[in-house]
Design a protein around this ligand. Structure first.
Ligand SMILES: [Zn+2]
Length: 354
């Protein structure tokens, strides 16, 4: 494979109380993607472990109560949005950006030069199956208008990131569905690494890493999930070889390096892929997730060698008590502990792309 995979399986043994202290062996798969540098350890047995928090009676009534309780004072709900959310300055008097029901405005507590929020709709809560192509498309359009206005106002602000944390167990502080858009003068460290490695790969081989990756994965049929659209306007979806989260999928635009290049058809393909993945997540009991994008420069200077892509991962199920899935290995050691095997994720997700 193109990322020259390094994979090693180690077996660890112990006497298990679950087997009357007979010998239990478990396999841990160590993977490293040499292109992204991501290192992870996969033990699919971990998905079976007892989590004390979630073994407390799962109570959807409590979740519903929490949703209803937060609705009253939600800044993103239509009755509060106008008086409670910030407005843009210097965008030709356009203080907020509206596309359909999606509304984009500045983040009240930004962590980037331009940091916006874009809602999906006026609804305070949407479960995964309720995110339609149209809602996602409108959010993307509002987000891209913000990116373009920001980079017009400050031409050096040209590295955009479109991200989506859904529900508190995926780090969302507000239940009302929304995305976050950052536009900065420098790419994030990982975005920079991807752009630089793509540039180097192109210089060495005369080929795009991303086109080669899509072709190889499609041929190998191990992690390829499906695609929407054609070679000009399409998006391909695969399970990442070395993921940073459970049920991770990579969504790769077939013909774009950044958001400023995207036309309506490309945005529709991307939205359709997300809808299919969310359907798959929902049917396997997932209700919380993160999405982010890795884009090249808005001035399209990375077009020859770089490809816009996104990553989506599932997060612990949002319920009154849940166990966070990011601990010391991820926070301090940059190693991702995973309980879903990418090849199994691809098998599970393929039917939604048929
Ligand atoms: Zn709300």
């Amino acid at each position: 494979m193109i990322f020259e995979k390094e994979k090693e399986i180690k077996t660890t043994k112990f006497l298990s109380p679950l087997k009357n202290f007979a010998v239990e062996s478990q396999e841990i798969e160590y993977r490293k993607d040499l292109f992204t540098g991501i290192e992870c350890r996969i033990n699919i047995q971990r998905s079976k472990r007892i989590k004390q928090a979630s073994s407390a009676q799962e109570n959807s009534t409590e979740v519903t109560a929490m949703i209803n309780k937060t609705k009253g004072n939600c800044f993103f709900c239509p009755e509060n949005l106008e008086k409670c959310t910030p407005k843009f300055t210097g965008f030709n008097n356009e203080e907020r950006i509206m596309v359909g029901e999606s509304c984009a405005f500045p983040n009240l507590f930004p962590f980037g030069l331009y940091h916006g929020i874009a809602t999906f709709s006026t609804e305070h809560f949407l479960d995964l199956p309720r995110f339609s192509n149209e809602l996602i498309l409108n959010n993307l359009k509002a987000s891209i208008l913000f990116m373009k206005k920001a980079s017009r106002q400050k031409p050096n602000a040209k590295y955009p990131v479109w991200s989506w944390n859904h529900l508190p167990s995926a780090a969302a502080s507000i239940i009302h569905p929304h995305t976050q858009i950052l536009i900065d003068e420098e790419p994030t460290p990982f975005q920079n690494k991807l752009i630089e490695n793509s540039r180097k790969y192109f210089a060495q081989t005369g080929q795009s890493y991303w086109l080669k990756l899509m072709a190889e994965e499609k041929k190998a049929k191990e992690r390829f999930i499906g695609e929407v659209g054609n070679k000009d306007n399409g998006v391909a979806v695969l399970a990442s070889y070395a993921p940073v989260g459970n049920n991770e999928a990579l969504l790769i635009f077939k013909n774009a390096s950044t958001f400023s290049e995207l036309n309506e058809e490309q945005l529709s393909s991307f939205a359709a892929c997300l809808v299919k993945i969310l359907q798959g997540y929902s049917e396997s009991g997932v209700n919380a997730f993160n999405v982010t994008t890795y884009a090249g420069s808005m001035d399209k200077k990375d077009k020859d060698y770089y490809t816009l892509h996104a990553r989506i991962i599932s997060r612990p199920k949002f319920q009154p008590l849940y166990t966070n899935d990011v601990g010391f290995m991820e926070k301090f050691h940059y190693a991702w502990i995973i309980e879903t095997k990418p090849e199994d994720v691809a098998c599970k997700m393929r039917p939604y792309f048929k």
